[in-house]
Design a protein around this ligand. Structure first.
Ligand code: HEM
Length: 138
């Protein structure tokens, strides 16, 4: 990933995360998006889950800096957890996940713009593509 995109992502993430409601809103939107999502997250401790998601944004950032080896190096654990053998998170749920996240960024980043939206799409694409590529063989 190019440096400009990574820098814009990190700055936008900081602005969003400056508001403690950012990830609450994200999980509200995500849970509202489908009964399938509510079912998967029925027993989730969201206090812990928000911390884990925050950490995974930085793992995705690290992965994006090294397209060859980065995703396997930083995201293998996450991919195994979301794969068919474990949480079994399929493609259609990632669309809902990304839409909910983009809505949250739009609401909580005061400097939101079409460029910022594209930056989040590209960066999260690194994580989503890798997790889906490991869906069947983790
Ligand atoms: C790139 C997108 C995603 C990222 C970065 C992400 C991130 C995470 C992280 C960091 C964890 C914690 C893993 C651990 O405990 O070690 C997790 C767990 C989980 N994720 Fe995701 N996730 C993504 C997409 C999704 C989607 C689309 C779903 C669909 C429902 C989903 C459902 C879950 C569930 C059910 C758990 C387990 C929660 C629990 O322990 O109660 N994730 N995710």
């Amino acid at each position: 990933m190019d440096e400009k995109t990574i820098e814009l992502f990190e700055q936008s993430l900081r602005r969003c995360d400056a508001n403690p409601e950012f990830l609450d809103f994200f999980y509200e939107r995500f849970l509202a998006s489908s009964p399938k999502v509510r079912k998967k997250l029925a027993n989730t401790d969201f206090h812990r889950q928000k911390r884990l998601l925050r950490a995974s944004f930085y793992l995705i950032l690290l992965a994006s800096e090294d397209p060859q080896n980065g995703p396997a190096r930083y995201l293998s654990h996450l991919a195994a957890r979301h794969s068919a053998k474990d949480l079994d998170v399929g493609t259609e749920l990632y669309d809902l996940w990304l839409d909910s996240l983009l809505e949250s960024v739009e609401k909580y980043d005061p400097e939101y713009s079409p460029e910022i939206e594209e930056v989040w799409e590209k960066m999260m694409g690194v994580g989503i593509d890798f997790l889906l590529s490991r869906y069947h063989h983790s």
